[in-house]
Design a protein around this ligand. Structure first.
Ligand code: NDP
Length: 243
């Protein structure tokens, strides 16, 4: 099991789903974890459930707030070793139904929010010339999905944030990777119809949907020293769905 003893980690969007499971997995591996959510009370409650050191309010669309929070966490804990830019939203819309507001909120949360988080993480990690960042892409970002043009575009961008930041930050000892989950059972996918669930399970060689823990365990590996020579990768966690 990767040993994260002594590491300080920040997980955005940690109030539920993949973020909460990731915060818990990193804390169980020994890291001091701070998680965030838009509502402070929910973030504190989630932090307690995850065994995290703290839960803070943060909207990742606000670049200044992200910068201040990341600086604050690094200052309070003396450093920042791990950042998981997990906060994200998904709303389906067929092309003809896409509203401008959906484009704005999706891109400002998933793309700009990830850029703000990676930028602030890099600033905090640069001084010590070490760190590991993971961002949340998606299989639909690589292969597309009918009814998900906006979301798929945002997740393609996220994968390329990881690749570009990895190239830029490698010489500073900072690794940046993405995970690309398939269909994971969280609130985000709770609206899937029974037909869609059955069809996804039928197309998945491992014969089931993913759990938040499936993704959290892969993230735990990527941020650990066991992945010391891995950067700029987009790791599929989909039970083989895309094969
Ligand atoms: P959930 O909807 O269960 O959780 C999303 C988290 O993001 C919540 O903690 C929410 O916190 C937070 N969040 C949303 N908007 C913002 C914002 N503007 N600022 C800060 N935090 C925000 O989603 P999942 O756990 O399923 O997904 C997590 C990530 O994984 C997302 O990026 C998603 O796109 C990606 N993903 C998920 C897949 C799946 O099948 N579930 C598949 C592929 C990728 P709160 O509402 O408390 O503020």
């Amino acid at each position: 099991m990767p040993d994260l003893d002594g590491k300080v980690a920040l997980v955005t969007g940690g109030t539920r789903g993949i973020g909460l499971a990731t915060a818990r997995a990193l804390a169980e591996a020994g890291a001091t974890v701070v998680l965030t959510g838009r509502d402070e009370a929910k973030a504190k409650e989630a932090a307690q459930a995850a065994g995290a050191a703290g839960g803070l309010a943060l909207d990742v669309t606000d670049a200044k707030a992200v910068a201040a929070l990341v600086r604050g966490v690094a200052k309070e804990h003396g450093k920042l070793d791990i950042v998981v830019a997990n906060a994200g939203i998904m709303e389906d819309a067929l092309l003809g139904m896409i509203r401008e507001e959906l484009v704005d909120t999706t891109l400002s949360t998933n793309v700009a929010g990830t850029i703000h988080t990676v930028q602030a993480a890099a600033r905090a990690m640069m001084r010590k010339k070490t760190g590991a960042i993971v961002v949340l892409a998606s299989i639909v970002g690589e292969y597309g999905s009918a009814g998900q043009t906006v979301y798929a575009a945002s997740k393609a961008a996220v994968a390329n944030i990881a690749r570009s930041a990895a190239k830029e930050l490698g010489r500073s000892g900072i690794r940046v990777n993405a995970v690309a989950p398939g269909v994971i059972e969280t609130e985000l996918t709770a609206g899937l119809s029974e037909d869609a669930r059955a069809s996804n399970i039928g197309s998945t060689p491992l014969g089931r949907l993913g759990t938040p823990e499936d993704v959290a365990n892969a993230i735990k590996f990527l941020v650990s020293d066991d992945a010391a020579f891995i950067t700029g990768q987009v790791l599929g966690i989909d039970g083989g769905l895309v094969l």
